[in-house]
Design a protein around this ligand. Structure first.
Ligand code: FAD
Length: 383
């Protein structure tokens, strides 16, 4: 592939990478967007891998700036509160705001990624190379090596921006060159996705709420999808006597859900199949420093600061990164050596704050939302 030395390389065409390509092109930069996967617009989603996510005002603000908010929101399902499912008794609704007006929005991750990809692909300054997995990077020169189905190829760029997710290869290359330090704290919990299909063509649960089954050491949530199904995400320890691995047979799975999540089995006819075949995803917090090297290589989104998903803010935070980098470029007249360090100074504390809040919210969601004290406090707040 022909490369241009004035190009900005964006590695990873996920949520942050596609949005970043749009913002950079708008500033007049030629952009090469590299993605290890084939074009997702022509394929099918991976089984059991975060089908939907909650988009909040932080993320919407970024989409609004490139005129994509209305298109994305057309299929969004606003969730105005939590619906808490106890083991015994009726579910209870806890609104997110006093007036009940504020909502977070359940949207399809695939549809959002495709909308952003489509927006980037339409821009003449952006070229996209799918099936390009970054495997090498020289931080001094910006020379990159990719594995492709045709073999190894190389490319160059003026600046390389890693938006390649929690397991970032760009971050890995900086680490290998001794240019950053990182810590990756895995949670001893994993997640598995399960499906509640439509019931008689309608939603089987209230689609205006984020559903939570708080169970102390385990927790399940469910978000609505535009096809009237729900995607449930079960969080549970990865090892031990009460863990994903402890349910070894169909009978054990059925018995476990009947006992702990009794309203689920009647609504989830494929529960056993989903449980047995959907993968267990890992969860963790990534911290690294610095987020940039010499104004030539930078990290954004999960590549710089992956967080656990309990605040539903990882993607929203990645979108905020893009807006902030754009602002820094504005203030530094597109001088990357000034803009990238400024970006890190402005974002790192915020990323750390949401990382800690996300961990704390896990305790709240799996435990406290079901406690009588919490329910009383909520009643007082919303009286
Ligand atoms: P990613 O979305 O991971 O994109 C990285 C891209 O880089 C991918 O396309 C990948 O294929 C590509 N790539 C990787 N390696 C290479 C390579 N070597 N070469 C080239 N390309 C490469 N966030 C929210 O805001 N709200 C939620 O409700 C929410 N729910 C979540 C639920 C779960 C179960 C999980 C796990 C996460 C959730 N998140 C949520 C977090 C959110 O998914 C991430 O924060 C977000 O996807 C980060 O975007 P990103 O573009 O930085 O990384």
């Amino acid at each position: 592939m022909e490369t241009r030395h004035d190009e900005i390389a964006v590695v990873g065409a996920g949520l942050a990478g596609c949005l970043l390509a749009c913002f950079l092109a708008r500033r007049g930069h030629p952009v090469a967007l590299y993605e290890r996967r084939p074009d997702p617009r022509t394929g099918t989603a991976e089984r059991g891998r975060s089908i939907n996510l909650a988009l909040s005002e932080r993320g919407l603000d970024a989409l609004r700036r490139i005129g994509l908010d209305e298109q994305v929101m057309a299929d969004a399902l606003p969730m105005r509160g939590r619906m808490v499912h106890p083991v015994v008794g009726e579910p209870g609704f806890q609104p997110y705001s006093v007036d009940g007006d504020r909502a977070i929005n359940s949207i399809s991750r695939g549809a959002l990624n495709n909308a952003l990809l489509e927006a980037a692909a339409k821009l003449p300054q952006v070229r996209i190379a799918f099936d390009h997995r970054l495997v090498g990077l020289d931080p001094d020169t910006g020379a990159m090596t990719f594995e492709t189905p045709q073999g190894t190829v190389t490319a160059n760029a003026k600046v390389v921006l890693g938006t390649d997710g929690a397991g970032s290869a760009v971050r890995g290359q900086l680490l290998a060159h001794g240019l950053l330090t990182e810590s990756v704290d895995f949670l001893d919990y994993g997640y598995k996705e399960l499906t509640i299909p439509p019931l008689g063509g309608e939603f089987a649960l209230d689609p205006g709420a984020l559903h939570i089954w708080p169970r102390g050491t385990s927790m399940m949530i469910a978000l609505p999808n535009p096809d009237r199904s729900f995607t449930c995400t079960l969080f549970w320890p990865t090892h031990g006597t009460a863990s994903f691995a402890s349910l070894g047979s169909a009978a054990a799975i059925e018995q476990h859900f009947a006992q702990h999540y009794p309203d689920l089995p009647p609504l989830a006819p494929n529960l056993v199949d989903d449980y047995q075949h959907n993968p267990v995803g890992v969860l963790g917090t990534v911290r690294c420093d610095p987020w940039q090297v010499d104004g030539r290589v930078g990290l954004l989104g999960d590549a710089a600061h992956a967080i656990v998903p309990f605040y539903g803010q990882g993607a929203n935070c990645a979108f905020e990164d893009v807006v902030e980098l754009d602002r820094c470029l504005d203030e530094c007249a597109d001088d990357w050596a000034m803009a990238l360090p400024l970006f890190q100074r402005r974002r790192q504390d915020n990323a750390e704050a949401i990382a800690q809040m996300a961990l704390a919210n896990f305790v709240e969601m799996r435990d406290k939302v079901a406690s009588p004290v919490f329910r009383t406090r909520k009643k007082i707040e919303h009286a």
